[in-house]
Design a protein around this ligand. Structure first.
Ligand code: NDP
Length: 241
């Protein structure tokens, strides 16, 4: 019988100290997983490891820590991400590089580096946290949009390439979720009203609602799903007129 829970799963969640990542840590623990999570600024939670996903040396240390602790990894959630809210021409080279390195190149490199441990995992699964900004313009800026679109294409490519190793690779694409990242936008009454007017469910999402989708895609119950991107968007992408 395939599991409807995450009992005994050895899970790495990047960016687990706030917002969607923190909710995912809680959800996974509640479902029985053994979790380690990262952030640039570690908290005093013993499960938290300091690791800037853009730093090759931090990532190398993280891989060693996971190897020493578990010798294998069952689930990787690539959640750490960022944005700088500026137009394409306002953003300088360094800012572009920072967004791409955090949302795409760092997570992509981490997956390559964790591949040997995932291969040894039990029913291994990867979930990448993308965004609806990968599909339509939502005013988040070109660098953010292209980083998330490329992350979804990487999801499809690895789903095929790593099927030989039985590793499933999926993504989620949230619309507005109330977190520290989006608070500066949601606290502007005109922007907030505009967001609700484009959201069929008439509200923004909560971090635990994304965590639930990530948990499902990490479970053995989703064993025949790979290469997919599940929108967690209150109907946003379905709204035409
Ligand atoms: P938050 O800013 O609330 O949290 C981000 C987390 O990632 C923190 O734990 C942060 O810790 C960590 N982080 C940021 N940069 C790095 C880095 N370079 N290396 C390691 N960890 C890092 O973000 P959200 O919870 O809102 O977003 C989480 C993910 O969901 C992101 O990928 C985001 O793009 C995506 N998303 C969010 C949406 C939303 O509406 N909130 C909508 C669509 C997608 P620290 O700063 O200490 O490193």
């Amino acid at each position: 019988m395939l599991q409807w829970d995450l009992k005994g799963k050895r899970v790495l969640i990047t960016g687990g100290t706030r917002g969607i990542g923190a909710a995912t840590v809680h959800e996974f623990i509640a479902l029985g997983a053994e979790v380690l999570f990262t952030a640039r600024t570690a908290t005093d939670d013993p499960r938290c490891i300091a690791c800037d996903v853009t730093s090759p040396s931090d990532r190398a240390q993280l891989v060693v820590a996971l190897k020493d602790r578990w010798g294998a990894v069952d689930v990787v959630v690539n959640n750490a991400g960022t944005n700088i809210r500026k137009s394409w021409v306002e953003m300088n080279e360094q800012e572009h590089t920072h967004v791409l390195a955090t949302n795409l190149l760092g997570p992509a490199a981490l997956l390559r580096e964790l591949h040997p441990l995932l291969k040894r995992g039990r029913s291994p699964a990867v979930v990448n946290v993308a965004s609806v900004a990968a599909f339509v313009d939502v005013g988040s800026g070109g660098a953010y949009a292209m980083s998330k679109a490329a992350l979804i294409q990487l999801t499809r490519s690895l789903a095929v390439e790593w099927s030989a190793d039985r590793i499933r690779v999926n993504a989620v694409a949230p619309w507005y979720i109330r977190t520290p990242l989006t608070e500066p936008v949601l606290s502007q009454p005109d922007r907030y009203a505009r967001i609700l007017s484009r959201t069929p469910l008439q509200r923004v999402g909560e971090p635990h609602e994304v965590a639930a989708a990530i948990a499902f895609l990490s479970m053995e119950k989703s064993s025949y799903i790979t290469g997919q991107c599940l929108a967690v968007d209150g109907g946003f992408l379905s709204l035409g007129l």
